[in-house]
Ligand binder design. Structure first.
Ligand SMILES: Cc1cc2nc3c(=O)[nH]c(=O)nc-3n(C[C@H](O)[C@H](O)[C@H](O)COP(=O)(O)O)c2cc1C
Length: 468
């Protein structure tokens, strides 16, 4: 694709407002603004021939998403700052940016008004639609959490997480182990749908193929979800025992698509570039794609994805200096994000032991510096992802991994210099590991029914969950 073909989709106004975008990649400049991300056409964008989009708009209940692309919920990653970068990159193509799911909250923490949970379900004013993810094991608590989200107008979409592979969660029957108990699974889904229904908020679910190759759950989960009024289902095409290792087997997405016919089926697993996303749609017939690790340190992947699904071949390949600009903007957004929260700083814990009311009041005395430090600490892992494949020496990486102020960030990024986009930045990234037999409660697989003792044990599973 040539420059002229892209121009109709550009929105210069957005760029002037400081938005990371394809308009900027084409050379627009706003002197003095730290928000610039200026990528020259020659180095910043490559073109490819493989671009035949086949998925139409994604309809999730009353929501119509014209680009069938979803940012996967990732605990510790998909906060408001990161979602903004991804969303703006996609929007800068001129197309509908897609759907961006927040970090997961546990139903219990939301019901108890834990400040971290409240922060997670707080969205930027211009974030539309707002998408929250809830994890829970007790139907009543999940129902109450969804009701809180809806009645307080906190989100436009609620996803339920049934895919977490973390041993401390599955050991108690939670996460990806839960759909095995079909009756409990049904009650949780029903409670969420019932709570959201009066508000017209769609509820979706996200799950895995099953516990292991001998214990698949996805088809039952899909059929139950469909019957209970769920608006869409996402399948991460791995089993729990695979965790993040090996490869996602997309053929299961195709099978789910055949079994679940009245609601959209979204495919997830191992999409590393826009061409992978198009291939997943072509191979499985899925209605949309969900991207997790592939965008870690590459929010601009959403520009590629939006472009690809609308038939254009623009692909973003920023230089090191351009990546440094994005990192700096990410840092600014992180600080803004933590400045707007009443959440205690977990490292300093000045507020530990206070009642919630006192905790919120104490937030007014927090110094801007603590938001800066929190923002920088949270940014460090992103920096490592951003720099993947770029020729940056160990010492510079170490210094950036210890950054604690915006000023330090600026200085250390300036010291990086520039380099073209490296091939090594492409391909798989993020968490992988190796397969492990799932940790399950003793006798869990013997029956698909749940005894009352197990239901009690399960509640404990929610206390230690941290993503899936
Ligand atoms: C750091 C990290 C945190 C995650 N947290 C969640 C989560 O909170 N909820 C969830 O449903 N999945 C979570 N996942 C799983 C992803 O949403 C996604 O299903 C998985 O990474 C596979 O997609 P990918 O191959 O595109 O990464 C997490 C994954 C990672 C790597």
């Amino acid at each position: 694709m040539r420059l002229g073909a892209l121009l109709p989709f550009l929105n210069a106004g957005r760029w002037e407002a400081g938005v990371l975008g394809v308009a900027g990649m084409l050379g627009a400049e706003t002197a003095g603004s730290s928000r610039q991300w200026i990528v020259g056409w020659d180095t910043g964008v490559m073109t490819t021939d493989s671009c035949l989009p086949s998925a139409g708009p994604l309809r999730i209940g009353p929501l119509t998403i014209n680009t069938p692309v979803v940012l996967a919920p990732m605990a510790g990653v998909t906060n408001a700052a990161f979602r903004r970068l991804c969303r703006e990159a996609a929007a800068s193509t001129g197309f509908d940016p897609g759907l961006y799911v927040a970090e997961m909250v546990t139903s219990r923490s939301l019901v108890e008004r834990n400040p971290t949970a409240v922060r997670i379900v707080t969205f930027d004013a211009d974030e539309i639609p707002r998408s929250a993810q809830v994890y829970g094991v007790d139907p009543a608590t999940v129902g109450r959490a969804v009701q809180i989200i809806c009645e307080e107008n906190r989100a436009d979409h609620v996803d339920l997480n049934f895919g977490c592979p973390v041993p401390k969660v599955t050991r108690r029957g939670g996460g990806g182990a839960l759909p095995w108990k079909t009756e409990l699974f049904t009650r949780i889904v029903r409670a969420a749908v019932t709570a959201a229904e009066p508000y017209g908020i769609p509820v979706t679910i996200k799950t895995r193929i099953g516990i292991d190759d001998s214990h698949h759950t996805y088809l039952d989960a899909g059929r139950i979800a469909e019957a209970e009024g769920v608006a869409a289902i996402t399948l991460h095409a791995r089993t729990v025992d695979q965790r993040y290792s090996g490869f996602a087997d997309w053929s299961y997405i195709a099978r789910l698509k055949e079994a679940v016919t009245s609601i959209p089926v979204l495919g997830n697993g191992d999409i590393w570039c826009a061409e992978d996303a198009l291939r997943m749609v072509a191979e499985t017939g899925c209605d949309g794609v969900v991207i997790g690790r592939g965008c870690q340190g590459r929010p601009w992947l959403f520009a590629d994805l939006a472009a690809a699904f609308h038939g254009t071949t623009v692909r973003v390949q920023p230089t090191l200096a351009q990546v440094a600009q994005t990192i700096y903007r990410h840092g600014e957004l992180m600080i803004e994000h933590f400045r707007s929260t009443s959440e205690p700083d977990p490292e300093h814990e000045p507020d530990r032991g206070l009642e919630l009311g006192a905790l919120e009041a104490s937030a007014t005395t927090r110094t801007p510096q603590s938001a800066e430090l929190r923002g920088m600490r949270d940014l460090r892992k992103h920096i490592a992802w951003y720099l993947r494949g770029f020729p940056v020496g160990g010492e510079k990486r170490r210094e950036l991994a210890l950054v604690s102020t915006l000023e330090e960030l600026r200085e250390r990024l300036d010291a990086l210099g520039d380099a073209p986009y490296p091939e090594a930045a492409d391909g798989p990234r993020g968490r992988a590991g190796s397969p492990k037999p799932p940790h399950l409660p003793y006798g869990w697989l013997d029956s698909r029914d749940l005894t009352p003792e197990w239901e009690e044990k399960l509640r404990e599973a929610e206390l230690s969950v941290d993503g899936g």
